[in-house]
Design a binder for this molecule. Structure first.
Ligand code: ATP
Ligand code: MG
Ligand code: MG
Length: 545
């Protein structure tokens, strides 16, 4: 493993010092939503360290809020981690696997006089916690005897109290400078079924109590988490020291990923889904891993992105353009080329017969192993309406009346006539081809423009979904409501025509549509008789910066 960041350096030192025989990390998502690009950073860090150091990384669902969690989310998370190219060591684990052990540890704390059942209301508990400047106040129930606490905790477990009637709290120090040490809640009553344990439990452990113990039970060596948990570390250490667990993992914090023009909070992403502002968690506009996948991002591009942003302790905002750079970079070197006409305008080539000319071209300019594809040229073709102008602006290099342009991989054509309908709209161009220009320049003149085209008779209709950024503000969370800066033009659907070689495009096959950008056959909707492509990213950064 290379010491490319402070966490890896630290682990290398620990291994060299013989503190551990191998690094064991964990990725601990709560199954209350789909993973997003921020999670990709944590995945690449935790699984990356395991791969690079021949250690292990566990996938553990932190499932202590059953009412917000579901099997759908569990399945999606497993799929996303696998798709990212990583494999967890052993079985998938659940914090709920440890509910019995966690309960026994709670009994141990009570017996040690380190935990008590508090019968204050949630509001009273909240109010007596104090603040940064003011110490908290001891609960009137803080001095209950061990026997009384054991009896009350048992009643909590048996469902003899209502939700909110009491909680189990650690007994640490209500005057601590760290609010997380002011007798944190360990268990609360929740009379809900759990997706893993059914209706066995009516009390559930809190995340801050569950997490350190789960780490210790799995012999995690380094528990890597985001900076907001720095203040929770004293409790993490207090708990494991107090219980004397055989393993005491080291918590190390790093900064979370913030990306402009997007939100990375499951709660907010869920709102977009619930309010039907997008078509589900895997909508290609979503910054979820499933959404980015459907958008056409590759696992390689996401891993490259995480590599480039690195791991530090300083908070910052990463430019969305870097993510786009990474996918462009990967697809430039891997995606076969094809021609698609997004806004078709019919062109009749007046000087050729009906018969088809079977042209061929390499699928990729630098990857001969990808082979060739056939591009039939016919009397009627489509070009993009934007590649013809009756009133060309200065420097316009595409087709004009009386002017010439090269059809990509084909002839130079000249526009002789413009056909309009009664409304005065252009419906067709009549052009002649210079039949002496296949693979060579015309004699005595230069033709600068090259445009894509597709046979009108043999091309395939395709739905093309043009995606743009979901938010039109760099920081959607800056205002009162992030929903106010949703980009209404983040999706435009066009009916396009694509070259016939795409007839069998398979879901998730990626292409560069020449002069248009990178596209992927939609994972869900693309079928042999209904082609659907999503624009992953344009060829160039169109957002400046
Ligand atoms: P959210 O705020 O989106 O709900 P979370 O931290 O509550 O995120 P978890 O499911 O608990 O979501 O996250 C699993 C792991 O992913 C945690 O270790 C967490 O620190 C990490 N993680 C979540 N968001 C980011 C982010 N933006 N950057 C880096 N790591 C992240
Ligand atoms: Mg969390
Ligand atoms: Mg959360």
């Amino acid at each position: 493993m290379e010491a490319k960041d402070f966490i890896r350096s630290h682990i290398i030192e620990d291994l060299a010092a013989g503190k551990h025989t191998k690094a064991v990390t964990r990725f601990p998502p709560e199954p209350n939503g789909y993973l997003h690009i921020g999670h990709a950073k944590s995945i690449c860090l935790n699984f990356g360290i395991a791969v690079e150091s021949q250690g292990d990384c566990h996938l553990r669902f932190d499932d202590t809020n059953p009412e917000k969690e579901s099997q759908e989310y569990i399945d999606a998370i497993k799929r996303d981690v696998t798709w990212m190219g990583f494999q967890w060591a052993g079985q998938v684990r659940y914090a709920s696997d440890y509910f019995d052990a966690l309960y026994d540890f709670a009994l141990q704390l009570i017996q040690m006089g380190k935990a008590y059942v508090d019968s204050q209301t949630p509001e009273q508990i909240q109010q007596t916690r104090g603040s940064f400047t003011e110490a908290g106040k001891n609960s009137p129930y803080r001095e209950r005897s061990v026997e009384e606490n054991l009896a009350l905790f048992e009643k909590m477990r048996l469902g003899e109290f209502a939700e909110g009637e009491c909680v189990l709290r650690a007994k640490i120090d209500m005057a601590s400078g760290n609010i997380n040490l002011r007798d944190p809640v360990l268990y609360r009553i929740k009379k809900v079924a759990h997706h893993q344990t059914g209706d066995k439990w009516l009390i559930y452990p809190m995340y801050d109590y569950t997490h350190p113990i789960s780490d210790a039970l799995e012999y995690i060596t380094h528990s890597l988490c985001t900076l907001e948990f720095e203040d929770h570390r004293p409790f993490y250490d207090w708990l494991l020291d107090t219980l004397g667990t055989p393993a005491h993992p080291q918590q190390i914090e790093f900064s979370r990923l913030n990306l402009n023009y997007t939100v990375t909070s499951k709660r907010k992403l869920k709102k977009l889904v619930d309010e039907h502002l997008v078509n589900g968690w895997d909508d290609p506009r979503m910054p979820t891993i499933a959404g980015l996948r459907r958008r056409g991002y590759t696992p390689e591009s996401l891993r490259d992105f995480c590599e480039r942003i690195g791991i530090t302790k300083s908070d910052g905002v990463v430019d969305f353009g870097l993510l786009e750079f990474c996918i462009r970079n990967h697809l430039e070197n891997t995606a076969p080329r094809a021609m698609a006409v997004l806004n078709p305008l019919k062109v009749v080539i007046t000087n050729v017969e009906e018969a088809t000319l079977a042209l061929t071209s390499a699928r990729h300019p630098n990857l001969p192993e990808l082979g060739e594809r056939e591009i039939p040229f016919t009397k009627e073709i489509y070009i993009d309406a934007a590649d013809f102008s009756e009133n060309p602006p200065k420097g316009y290099k595409r087709l004009v009346v009386g002017g010439e342009v090269r059809l990509r991989h084909c002839y130079v054509i000249r526009c002789d006539e413009v056909i309009k309908n009664e409304a005065g709209e252009i419906v067709e161009l009549r052009c002649s081809a210079d039949l002496n220009t296949l693979g060579k320049n015309p004699e005595g003149r230069k033709v600068k423009g090259v445009i894509q085209w597709v046979s009108a008779t043999l091309g395939m209709p395709a739905e093309i979904r043009l995606y743009d950024r979901l938010f039109n503000q760099p920081d959607p969370e800056a205002g009162d409501n992030f929903l106010d800066c949703i980009n209404p033009d983040a999706l435009t659907v066009v009916q396009a025509v694509v070259e016939p070689s795409l007839a069998n495009a398979q879901p998730e096959e990626r292409f560069q549509f020449e002069r248009e950008g990178y596209f992927v056959a939609d994972l869900v909707d693309c079928k042999p008789n209904r082609l659907v492509f999503n624009r992953t990213v344009g060829l160039r950064d169109s957002w400046g910066g």
